[in-house]
Design a protein around this ligand. Structure first.
Ligand code: ADP
Length: 731
C-alpha cells in the first residue's frame, strides 16, 4: 500500500524499493499538507483578526456615537441655559415692577427698565457701581430713601427678607408701592447682595378703597332705606290707629291726609329703588311722546309747591321763549329729573330762601333742540369734595344728611343716568353755605304737534298792564312777556310806587299785584286801586298761597282774579286773555264730575279683595256699574256669557288660575264681534315699559299702574267709553 510505504520511509528519505520519483512526490505532498495546515491556521488567525477588527470597529463606533451624544447633550445644555438666561433677561426688562440688584456693598448692579424711566432714563452704564442712596434718591424723597436703606441693611444683616409700603412721587402723581428687600447669598452661603422689588399698588389700593366705600355706602344705604321706609310706614300705621280711635270727623280727615302724604312718599322711595335696580341691570328704557315743555314744568312745580309754600320760599320759573313749545321725548323721565333737583333745592334751602328754575335752549338744530335746565337755590350748598360723590348711587353729601333731611341718595344717580340716556350731562356748581346750581342738558327732537304761539289774535298793543311785586325777577318776567306779546307794561317794586304810577299815567287795564309785599301789602293796594274808581281796571293777585285761604279777603278788596306762583307764560297769557274775553291756551282739565258714566257697565278682573274694594269705591261717583271676577278664568267666562253687557274691562295681570294676559288672549279669540273690540286696560303693579308692552301684545288697549291714580283711571274711561268727553290732548 502506498500509505504503508510512505510510512516506512521517513520524510525526505528515498526508499530504495520505491519507484523513481516516489520520494520527491512524497515530499511534495507533505509540503502541500503542511502548506494546507498553515493556510488553515492562517485562515483561523484571519477570522480571529476579522472578529477583533469587527469588535474594535464596533467599539470605535460605540465610542464615536457616545461622544457625539455627549457633545450634543452639552451643546443642548448650553443652548437651554442660554435660552433660560435670555428669558430671565426678558422678564427683567419687561417687568412692570421695579427690580434693583445691588452688590454686597449696596452698589447698583442692575435695574429694570421701568426704574430707568422713573429716574429720567440715564445711560444704563451710569448706574454701575453707584450707591443705593445716590441713585434711589433720584426717584424718591431723601427721607424715604433713608428709611428704605436702613430697612435694607437690616434685612441683609438678618439674612431675612423685609417688606414696607411707601408713597413715592410728586405731589400730583403719587404712587403707592410695596417694597420688598430680599438678601441674596451664594452657594457657600456668603452674602452676595440684595434684590429690591417695588410693586405699584396705587390702582389696586384705589379699587380697594372704592370697593370699601361702595360697600360702606351700600350698608349705609340699607340702614337709611330701612329708616326711610319705616318713617312713612310709622306715619301710616300711627295715623290709622289715631283715626280709628278718634270720634272727630275733622281729626279723621286730618289723619287721612297724613296717611296719603306718607303713602305717596313711600311710593316715591320704592320707585327710586326700582329705577336704580333697573339701571344696574341695564334695563332702563325711555319712551317717546310729544309733550309741551311748559305743561311738564307746571306739573313738576305742582309737586313741590305745597312744600315751597310751607317753607315760605320763593320759587321762580323762567322758560325761555325760544324753546319749542312741543318737544318729543320721555317727558315723565325728564319731569322726574327736574322734580328731583327741585325737591332737593326745596329740601336743602332754609325758610324764606329762593329757588329758581331756568329752561333755555342751548342749541337749536332743524329737527332737534338741546335743552339746558338749571335749578338754583340759596341753600346749604355742597363742598367740592362732596360734589364729586353725590352723583353716585347711595351717596349723600354728609353721612348725617339722611337723618336730618331724609332721602335715599339715589335721586341724583338716577337723574344722571336719565340725562345721559337723553344725550346730555348733569353737573353741579356750588359753594358750601351759599347755595347750589344743578344744571343738565338733554337733546330732544322737536315735536310734530302744533307749535302754537301764545294767544295769537289778541289785540295786545291796546292793553296796558301794571305789575307790582317786591321781587325784581317777577317784574323782569312781566317786562319780558310784555315784549314778547307786544303789550305795554309798567312795573313797580311796591304799593306806594304803583299808586304814584297810576296817579301819573291813569288807571291800567290789568293790575298784577303780589299779595305779600313789605309796606303796603297786595290787599291794601288792591283796595286803593279800586278806590281810584277805575271800574274797567282788573286787579289780579299773584301769590304762592292757596287761593282759598285768601279768597274772601281778596274779593272784598276788589281782586278779580288770582294767579298762583310760580308764573308760567301761558297762565299769564290765559289770564290776560280771559280778562279781555279771549279763549284759553291751557289744556282741558279732567274733571271727576259725578255720574258721567251712568248706565255703563264694566268688568273688573282682580284677585285681591282690597284692590277690588278700592276700585269700586273710587269709581262709585262716576255711576258706573262694575261686575267683579276673581281670576282670569272667571273673567273670560263672565265676558263670554254676556259680551254686550260690558263696555270695558279692567284686567289685573297676576291672578291665580289664569293670568290677565291669557284671559285677554282668550277674550280676543271669542267668536262674538264685540270680543275683538271691547276695550281692555291692564290694571297692574307691573309698571315697567316692557310690562306695558307685554299687555299690549296680549291684546290689551291700555295700562293703568298700581297704586291706582283716580285721574288716570278717569282719563282711560273717557278715552274708551262711548259718549265720554274726548281724550285730553298732550298739548
Ligand atoms: P337724596 O336727596 O335722596 O339724599 P340725591 O341723590 O337726590 O339723594 O342727593 C344726594 C345728596 O346730594 C343729598 O343727600 C345732599 O347731600 C346733596 N344735595 C343734593 N341737592 C342738593 C342741594 N340743592 N343743596 C345741597 N345739597 C344737595
Amino acid at each position: 500500500m502506498e500509505g504503508d510505504n510512505a510510512a516506512d520511509c521517513g520524510a525526505g528519505n528515498a526508499c530504495a524499493d520505491n519507484p523513481p520519483g516516489y520520494d520527491e512526490m512524497r515530499t511534495l505532498s507533505e509540503l502541500v499538507d503542511a502548506q494546507r495546515r498553515r493556510i488553515a491556521e492562517l485562515e483561523k488567525i484571519e477570522k480571529k483578526n476579522a472578529r477583533e477588527v469587527l469588535r474594535l470597529h464596533r467599539a470605535i463606533e460605540h465610542e464615536r456615537t457616545v461622544g457625539i451624544a455627549k457633545t450634543n447633550r452639552e451643546a443642548a445644555k448650553s443652548l437651554a441655559q442660554r435660552e433660560r438666561e435670555r428669558y430671565m433677561r426678558l422678564v427683567l426688562e419687561n417687568s412692570s415692577d421695579i427690580i434693583l440688584l445691588l452688590d454686597k456693598n449696596f452698589r447698583f448692579v442692575y435695574c429694570t427698565k421701568v426704574f430707568l424711566g422713573k429716574i429720567g432714563n440715564p445711560d444704563p452704564k451710569y448706574l454701575a457701581g453707584r450707591t443705593f442712596q445716590e441713585v434711589f434718591g433720584r426717584f424718591a424723597e431723601a427721607e424715604i430713601t433713608d428709611v428704605l436703606f436702613d430697612l435694607m441693611r437690616g434685612a441683609v444683616s438678618a439674612h431675612s427678607p423685609a417688606e414696607q409700603t411707601a408713597e413715592i412721587g410728586g405731589a400730583t402723581e403719587r404712587h403707592k408701592y410695596t417694597v420688598v428687600f430680599t438678601p441674596m447669598s451664594g452657594e457657600s452661603g456668603a452674602n452676595e447682595g440684595v434684590m429690591v422689588h417695588l410693586h405699584d399698588v396705587t390702582v389696586i389700593e384705589k379699587a380697594r378703597e372704592m370697593a370699601e366705600r361702595a360697600s360702606t355706602a351700600k350698608s349705609d344705604f340699607l340702614s337709611n332705606m330701612s329708616h326711610e321706609i319705616r318713617t312713612p310706614l310709622n306715619a301710616i300705621i300711627g295715623m290709622t290707629s289715631i283715626a280709628k280711635s278718634s270720634p272727630s270727623a275733622e281729626r279723621k280727615e286730618y289723619c287721612l291726609d297724613r296717611i296719603e302724604d306718607a303713602s305717596r312718599h313711600l311710593l316715591g322711595i320704592i320707585n327710586d329703588i326700582l329705577d336704580m335696580s333697573k339701571i344696574e341691570a341695564n334695563k332702563f328704557v325711555l319712551s317717546t311722546v310729544d309733550f309741551n315743555v311748559e305743561n311738564m314744568l307746571r306739573k313738576v312745580t305742582d309737586v313741590v309747591n305745597f312744600k315751597v309754600a310751607e317753607k315760605q320760599q320763593n320759587l321762580f320759573v323762567n322758560i325761555d321763549r325760544n324753546i319749542p313749545r312741543v318737544l318729543r321725548g320721555d317727558d315723565q323721565r325728564l319731569a322726574q329729573v327736574i322734580t328731583n333737583l327741585l325737591s332737593n333745592a326745596v329740601k336743602f334751602t332754609p325758610e324764606s330762601g329762593s329757588i329758581r328754575v331756568d329752561a333755555v335752549p342751548e342749541q337749536d338744530e332743524d329737527a332737534r333742540c338741546a335743552l339746558l335746565v338749571r335749578v338754583t337755590d340759596t341753600g346749604i350748598g355742597i363742598s367740592e369734595e362732596q360734589q364729586a360723590r353725590i352723583f353716585s348711587s347711595f351717596e349723600q353729601a354728609e353721612s348725617g344728611t339722611s337723618r336730618k333731611f331724609g332721602g335715599t341718595g339715589l335721586g341724583l344717580a338716577i337723574s344722571k343716568r336719565i340725562v345721559e340716556m337723553m344725550d346730555g350731562r348733569i353737573w353741579v356748581e356750588s359753594e358750601a353755605g351759599k347755595g347750589s346750581t344743578f344744571a343738565f342738558t338733554v337733546r330732544l327732537e322737536k315735536g310734530t304737534g302744533e307749535q302754537r304761539a301764545l294767544l295769537e289774535g289778541v289785540g295786545w298793543d291796546t292793553v296796558r298792564v301794571l305789575a307790582v311785586d317786591d321781587d325784581p325777577e317777577i317784574l323782569l318776567y312781566f317786562a319780558r312777556l310784555a315784549e314778547q306779546l307786544g303789550f305795554a307794561c309798567d312795573t313797580a317794586p311796591g304799593g306806594a310806587e304803583a299808586l304814584r304810577m297810576i296817579e301819573r299815567n291813569g288807571p291800567y287795564d290789568l293790575n298784577f299785584v303780589d299779595w305779600k309785599m313789605p309796606g303796603m301789602d297786595g290787599m291794601e293796594l288792591s283796595r286803593k286801586i279800586k278806590e281810584y274808581g277805575a271800574d274797567k281796571s282788573v286787579v289780579i293777585m299773584i301769590s304762592a298761597a292757596e287761593w282759598s285761604l285768601i279768597e274772601e279777603e281778596a274779593k272784598q278788596a276788589g281782586v278779580g282774579k288770582f294767579l298762583s306762583k310760580p308764573l308760567f307764560p301761558s297762565d299769564l297769557a290765559d289770564c290776560i286773555g280771559s280778562c279781555l274775553g279771549k279763549g284759553s291756551l291751557k289744556e282741558e282739565r279732567v274733571e271727576t264730575e259725578a255720574d258721567c258714566f251712568r248706565g255703563l257697565r264694566i268688568l273688573l278682573a282682580e284677585d285681591v279683595d282690597i284692590n277690588r274694594e278700592i276700585v269700586l269705591s273710587l269709581l262709585e261717583p262716576t255711576g258706573l256699574d262694575i261686575d267683579c271676577a276673581e281670576n282670569g278664568t272667571q273673567a273670560v267666562a263672565m265676558y263670554a256669557a254676556a259680551p254686550e253687557r260690558y263696555a270695558m274691562i279692567f284686567m289685573d295681570v297676576q291672578m291665580p288660575e289664569m293670568d290677565g294676559f291669557e284671559a285677554t288672549r282668550r277674550i280676543r279669540a271669542l267668536q262674538h264681534p264685540s270680543a275683538a273690540q271691547v276695550p281692555i286696560a291692564a290694571m297692574t303693579a307691573n309698571v315697567f315699559k316692557e310690562d306695558i308692552e307685554r299687555c299690549l301684545q296680549a291684546g290689551m288697549n291700555d295700562h293703568v299702574g298700581k297704586p291706582i291714580d283716580l285721574d288716570e283711571v278717569l282719563r282711560i274711561l273717557r278715552r274708551y267709553l262711548p259718549g265720554a268727553a274726548a281724550p285730553r290732548s298732550p298739548l
